[in-house]
Write a protein that binds this ligand. Structure first.
Ligand code: ATP
Ligand code: MG
Length: 483
């Protein structure tokens, strides 16, 4: 057998904490074998600390949890008798307890039939070798590592591999396919070739997994340092077309008369990573992922212009709610934010291509509001051309727009623009009921301010209002004017 390379002292350092020692001694009192298992053990060797600790006892875990709760000050206990599990929360930590179990699966559900089992049974039901290690915390074996599937060597070689036959592992619980890709992405590990080919073979099984679960894993991929890794893997095993067909549709290059367009999938992933390198805001990352989502739907070949994708930003903006709904992503202000950025993502670049007028920059500032900085970040991330000269020109112009933004914002206070003359004031001035004329006047004032014809202040805007209204044949109500 291979000599495993791990540091015993490292284990002892991690598990010699008040709460873990207490769990061990409580288990000793009632004569139960007890182990720390799963992600917590893996993370010890990865040098990550975690606030969630999973304990497995041979025999019920609930009794151990109840006794632990009584011995920790201000701890809270939750018991889930149906599942045979219990949770103790203490000082920001979550201690999870479960009895060792053996699982058997039926074809149409990822919920197994569960029986009591040995530690060995429990380790065999776990998804990956690196997640199947256990450390004994009973006093006489404190710190002993049980690693039946060589998880340590897979950790050293940075490999995701199932402990048992991967076809059975993935068919039993297809969520594990998503988990494999998620861990590979988060940890920057490879998926072992036989494990990976089993994902390809079993990909259709994903249909028994709920959308919520799939999206949970996608969110973890999106939050990783280099999220593109996950999407490349999803594409390679062809899960992508099943769980995210719109994204899969971005793939490939079509050529007409020798003219190809860029591969929008590769481009999108580059933009996603560019954004991820600059921002942890997962919703900005979603905007990056979806910014060109309507390119396949809008792509046309024109003899004169070559490839065009007219309005792909607006069509994309409309696609976002459908995608969010299907994926059970939040249908709230996060959705609005992502859709808005998708709709606006061309705007700074469009400014860059022509002359940069104050009016265009003001309008962009007005439309983006507080999200202007995120929009500019997305836009910079979107410059991925291989043509150096093009990139240089874009960057130069981009900086110009940035500079203008700062100047105009200081001067005009446009970001959180509130029209300086309200609808009420317009109605009172001309004795009007709420009607389309009021809207027209308001719109004219807004445009005049954004175009820089009128300053963003009340008195100037009011003078302009009187002018516009006169042009429409409206006169101020005399007493309102004097009062
Ligand atoms: P993290 O919490 O960082 O996402 P983790 O490894 O702790 O990673 P959890 O989902 O908290 O993941 O699960 C804890 C442990 O339970 C895992 O390490 C693994 O041993 C086991 N496990 C979780 N989900 C499954 C599954 N679908 N199939 C088999 N084992 C699983
Ligand atoms: Mg965990």
């Amino acid at each position: 057998m291979q000599e495993l390379n791990y540091d015993r002292q490292l284990i002892l350092n991690h598990i010699s904490s008040h709460e873990i020692e207490l769990v061990g001694s409580v288990a000793d009192e009632i004569g139960r074998e007890c182990y720390v298992v799963g992600g917590y053990v893996r993370d010890i060797f990865l040098g990550r600390t975690s606030k969630d600790v999973d304990f497995v006892t041979v025999g019920s875990g609930i009794e151990v949890a109840e006794r632990v709760e009584r011995r920790l000050r201000h701890a809270t206990l939750a018991v889930f008798r149906n599942f045979g599990t219990a949770q103790v929360k203490w000082r920001g930590m979550e201690l999870e307890f479960v009895g060792a179990r053996k699982e058997s699966y039926s074809h149409d559900s990822r919920n197994p039939i569960v029986e009591d089992g040995t530690l060995d049974d429990d380790q065999r039901r776990r998804d990956f070798t690196i997640n199947a290690m256990a450390i004994c915390i009973n006093r006489d074996r404190f710190g002993e590592l049980l690693d039946p599937f060589n998880g340590i060597s897979d950790l050293n070689n940075r490999l995701i591999r199932t402990p048992l036959d991967p076809d059975i592992t993935f068919s039993d619980d297809p969520l594990r396919m998503m988990r494999a890709i998620r861990f590979a992405t988060q940890l920057n590990f490879e998926i072992f070739p036989e494990t990976f080919s089993a994902i390809e073979r079993n990909r259709e099984r994903i249909s028994i997994i709920s959308k919520e679960r799939i999206t949970d894993e996608l969110m973890k991929i999106m939050k990783a340092d280099v999220p593109s890794r996950g999407f490349v893997l999803l594409d390679r095993c062809r899960l992508l077309e099943l769980i995210f067909p719109e994204l899969a549709a971005l793939k490939g290059v079509e050529t007409v008369n020798g003219r190809g367009h860029k591969d929008n999938f590769a481009h999108t992933l580059q933009v996603l990573d560019n954004v991820a390198a600059k921002s942890d805001n997962v919703w900005l990352r979603w905007a990056a992922l979806l910014h060109d989502i309507a390119k396949p739907a809008t792509k046309r070949y024109d003899e004169k212009l070559g490839w065009t994708v007219h309005n792909h930003n607006f069509i994309g903006e409309k696609m976002v709610p459908r995608i969010f709904k299907r994926m059970r992503l939040p249908m709230n202000e996060k959705l609005k934010y992502v859709a808005k950025l998708v709709g606006l993502h061309m705007r700074p670049i469009a400014l860059v291509e022509d002359v940069v007028t104050d009016s265009a920059v003001r309008r962009m500032l007005f439309d983006a509001g507080d999200d202007i900085d995120d929009l500019m970040l997305l836009c910079a991330a979107d410059i991925t051309s291989k043509n150096r000269e093009k990139v240089r020109r874009f960057k130069e112009n981009y900086d110009l727009v940035r500079q203008k933004l700062v100047e105009l914002e200081e001067k005009d206070r446009i970001r959180n623009f509130q029209p300086p003359v309200s609808g009420e004031e317009i109605m009172a001035t001309f004795g009007l009921p709420p009607c389309s004329d009021v809207g027209k006047i308001k719109e004219a004032i807004k445009n005049a301010i954004l175009d820089g014809k009128v300053a963003n202040d009340h008195d100037e805007a009011r003078r302009f209002m009187l002018e516009v209204a006169a042009g429409m044949g409206l006169k101020p109500v005399a007493d309102a004017e004097q009062g």
